[in-house]
Design a protein around this ligand. Structure first.
Ligand SMILES: [Zn+2]
Length: 356
């Protein structure tokens, strides 16, 4: 029987927790705002003639993520218009980045595998549509419109659902350590999509047809959707069927992916440079300061905990998993013996976790 090998790439969006929106001074508070259309202005509701201004904090946040993921921080970068119409995008285009993203070519290690990062770019979020079933109406909330969104694209280096899940978990931890995003998947602050294809042993690695899977709202669904999709594609190929190039959505209730649309040709968004925002340039000095501005990251902290306190890998993993827990632990340390404390603390923590 033929052996099929999976090739998986991820696209991850994360909402950045800046003070204001990406291109206007409206507050970035959609997370806490229950009332719709409170934080809006002519820019983020797409009024003709309204001019965007760039949020520097958001740019810095993306570049910090880039440094943490060993990426190249580009000397210059620009915004582009991605043209398409949708009711939650009234100006008819999204400001995004096409050929000159802020950050390119990095990696994140997962166990023994190195997952390449192709690029990280900056774009604006769209408004949020809400469909009311009883009346058939659709309501639009512009609080989310124009929020800063980073998009990270990986190389197709991932080989299993479990590895994809670990990648997303590790990335979430980095975003939280850097304090750039709440990255809560259930709240849509971190959104993952997977591109999955299979190739037959002996054939070219990227020869399979790529299927895009969306609606992955938890780490568990990232893993399960990929496992399901690998199985579905394997079965189809073994039965001599062709894999359709399509977008599928993960249905968490039925635990399967469902076809949403067949991609007959690539979208033509007619990207062109955003004429209202000048290109950005970053000096060597700026990049040096940026490099130094990074806090200690989860992996480094974990290594230090293991070395300084003779903790096991698992203990250090538990302690550094959550940034607040790690700092609580470290702050308690000055007063008591490190080794005893670490054991007691972990004991208490695990007891506390069981009680929850
Ligand atoms: Zn606004």
């Amino acid at each position: 029987m033929a052996k099929y090998i999976p090739v998986i790439g991820m696209e991850i969006h994360a909402e950045l927790k800046t003070q204001s929106k990406m291109f206007c001074s409206c507050l970035n508070e959609s997370e806490f705002q229950k009332e719709p259309n409170i934080h809006i202005c002519p820019v983020c509701t797409g009024q003709p003639g309204a001019l965007p201004t760039t949020n520097k904090q958001a740019i810095l946040f993306v570049q910090k993520v880039g440094v943490a993921l060993h990426c190249r921080i580009n000397d210059w970068s620009k915004f582009d218009r991605k043209n398409y119409f949708y009711p939650d995008l009234p100006k008819g285009y999204q400001i995004s980045q096409y050929d000159k993203p802020l950050v390119e070519m990095g990696y994140l290690d997962i166990d023994d595998a190195r997952i390449g990062i192709t690029r990280i770019h900056m774009e604006e979020d769209t408004a949020k549509s809400q469909h009311i079933q009883e009346t058939g109406e659709t309501l639009i909330d512009f609080n989310r419109s124009g929020l800063p969104l980073m998009e990270l694209v990986t190389e197709p280096d991932i080989t299993s659902g479990e590895q994809a899940k670990k990648f997303c978990q590790k990335l979430q931890r980095i975003l939280r350590y850097l304090n750039v995003s709440y990255a809560d998947m259930e709240k849509g602050q971190m959104r993952c999509e997977a591109n999955i294809s299979l190739y037959q042993e002996g054939e070219a690695r990227l020869s399979g047809t790529k299927v895009e899977v969306k609606n992955l709202n938890s780490f568990r669904s990232v893993e399960r959707a990929i496992v399901y999709e690998i199985e579905r594609q394997t079965q189809a190929l073994e039965h001599g069927e062709k894999i359709a190039q399509e977008t599928r959505g993960w249905n968490d209730v039925q635990q399967k992916t469902i076809s949403q649309r067949i991609k007959e040709s690539a979208h033509d968004y007619r990207y062109f440079p955003e004429p209202d925002i000048p290109p950005m340039e970053f000096s060597l000095e700026y990049k040096e300061i940026l490099q130094k501005s990074l806090p200690e990251l989860p992996e480094e902290k974990k290594r230090r905990f293991i070395e300084q306190m003779s903790l096991t890998d698992e203990q250090a993993e538990i302690l550094t998993n959550d940034k607040d827990l790690a700092s609580y632990f470290e702050n308690s340390m000055s007063e008591l013996d490190e080794k005893i404390l670490s054991k007691e603390f972990l004991g208490d923590y695990q007891k506390a976790k069981k009680r929850l």
